[in-house]
Design a protein around this ligand. Structure first.
Ligand code: ATP
Ligand code: MG
Length: 495
């Protein structure tokens, strides 16, 4: 039999258990939407006429999730660290419910469990999210024409848009985020509803706004999403600071105003599938350009002195307001603060690069290079990494490279003296360098046992022979270092 959708066995099993106990069970929401589109569902939601206690009684391991009666059904056969099947480990089962009275524009005053699927679908936000699928019957319930809207690639509110956005203003942002994720347009009346209701976002908790904003940045089309949020009057309730860049003309090399430049930088990070903190830094990197802009008669152009330092602090305040975690804020504001690290090619010294690595930290330095690439592409440049940037990357790798030295040996001077009974003096250095030479040839010999044994043999040699061996080791070390640096430079195609 050809089935409508392939549902993983682990998920179907949860529905079958509910049905065997006499309840109804349907897949619903984002997973059904994604199955219809042909995208991979992020999580699996089941809706049922069983109550939370009835659900809990049917499964060996569950946890009670939220005030809406959602029960997480845990599949313990899937190990916690099984990343590939992570979305199958917990299937969320929520009782049919309807909501009533939204006096604060964000939360229902009361949640009521109901017995009919239709009543549950009615409270959902968009038609494409209000489709239920019975796995056992292989049948769809779609009272609001969600599948047609999916075919037309349209996001349409269930019921009267204004009313639905008035119940929970977060839906305004969900519409824009889903549009950026799926590449769907927003239907006309729904769009009007968003325009009228945008101001209600002021009542929504920053944490909920944050989560949608992160999903928007992580979508395939964050630039389109932010432009749409601006046009619909929504962006000013998320990051109004970005709108200061509109009409803010830049200097010499820039063909785009600050607004478009920031968005293009962000879009490049998304095209490269870089992580959230890089995307956030890309969109915020020039957030303080408008406030630091000054005309210079001398240069006959605009200047933006200090926009990196001011911008780093401003990024921090923006992200604190949105309640991002501390470490995330630290990373993004550091990337914004140091995004101007560049200097002329002849001024890039190893010590300057070391200072940069010390300032941003070795964990972030490659992300900083990527923010820089976003900055360039955001300026309309055709290439991410011109010679100058590649030179910089090469120098970073040189600066961070563990030095080739006797320090890598699994024995040190004190160890040599202990096993050989030698007194402090040049012979210790010769022995270490001779050992070093042997380990370069046969890296497996770098063990405490082997080196202690060899040290004893070497200690039996007269001064002159030992000195020769030691000096050969020292020369070899310099040669090895040179080879490594050459290899790094070749990798980046720089001299
Ligand atoms: P994602 O792919 O990001 O998981 P989703 O649509 O599944 O998208 P969820 O937050 O997992 O989003 O919500 C699951 C379902 O619950 C939605 O598809 C929708 O039917 C309903 N829903 C979620 N949030 C709201 C809301 N604020 N108002 C009305 N219905 C909502
Ligand atoms: Mg979901």
């Amino acid at each position: 039999m050809v089935r409508l959708f392939d549902v993983p066995r682990e998920v179907a099993q949860v529905a079958y258990v509910l049905e065997a106990a006499g309840f109804e069970a349907f897949l619903v929401g984002g997973c059904v939407r994604n199955l219809m589109i042909g995208a991979t569902p992020k999580d699996w939601d089941i809706t049922t006429d069983a109550t939370p206690n009835e659900i809990i009684a049917l499964f060996p391991k569950t946890f009670y999730e939220n005030e809406y009666g959602t029960v997480g059904v845990v599949n313990e056969e899937i190990p916690v660290d099984d990343v590939a099947r992570a979305s199958l480990r917990v299937v969320e089962v929520t009782p049919f419910r309807k909501e009533g009275g939204y006096s604060d524009f964000r939360r229902p005053d009361k949640v009521e469990f109901v017995t009919k699927l239709e009543e549950d679908l009615e409270r959902r936000d968009f038609t494409m999210n209000a489709i239920a699928y019975s796995i056992s019957l292989d049948e769809i319930a779609d009272p609001y024409g969600g599948s047609e809207d999916i075919d037309r690639e349209l996001i349409r509110a269930v019921g009267r848009p204004e009313e639905r956005f008035g119940e929970d203003a977060l839906r305004v942002l969900r519409a824009i985020r889903l549009s950026a994720e799926l590449g769907f347009a927003i239907e006309e009346a729904t769009m009007d509803g968003i325009r009228v209701s945008a101001a209600l976002l002021a009542h929504i908790a920053q944490e909920r706004i944050r989560d949608e904003f992160s999903k928007l940045l992580l979508s395939k089309r964050p630039m389109e999403g932010i432009v749409l949020a601006h046009r619909l009057g929504v962006l000013k309730y998320i990051v109004p600071e970005l709108e200061e860049g509109i009409g803010c003309e830049q200097n010499g090399d820039h063909i785009y105003e600050v607004w478009e430049h920031n968005l293009r930088a962000l879009q490049h990070a998304a095209d490269r599938e870089w992580p959230l903190h890089v995307r956030m830094a890309a969109v915020l990197h020039d957030v303080s350009k408008p406030e630091t802009r000054q005309w210079s008669d001398e240069k006959n152009d605009w200047t933006f002195y200090g926009h990196d330092v001011v911008g780093g602090k401003r990024a921090k305040r923006i992200l604190e307001r949105l309640r991002y975690p501390k470490q995330f804020i630290e990373e993004v504001s550091t990337l914004v603060r140091y995004h101007l690290f560049f200097s002329d090619i002849d001024k890039i010294t190893l010590s300057a690069v070391r200072r940069l690595v010390a300032n941003v930290g070795p964990e972030l330095v490659w992300d900083l290079m990527n923010v820089r690439a976003c900055d360039r592409i955001g300026m309309g440049r055709p290439k991410e990494t011109p010679y100058r940037l590649r030179k910089y990357q090469s120098m970073i790798e040189e600066a961070m490279r563990a030095p080739v030295s006797v320090g890598m040996l699994k024995i040190d001077g004190a160890g040599v003296m202990e096993v050989t009974g030698e007194k402090p003096g040049p012979r210790i250095g010769w022995i270490l360098h001779a050992l070093f030479e042997e380990v370069l040839d046969v890296p497996e010999n770098n063990t405490k046992e082997f080196l202690e044994g060899r040290a004893e043999e070497l200690a039996a040699m007269p001064d002159e022979d030992l000195r020769k061996l030691g000096e050969a080791g020292r020369e070899r070390k310099e040669g090895e270092e040179e080879k490594e640096v050459k290899a790094i430079r070749a990798k980046y195609g720089v001299k």
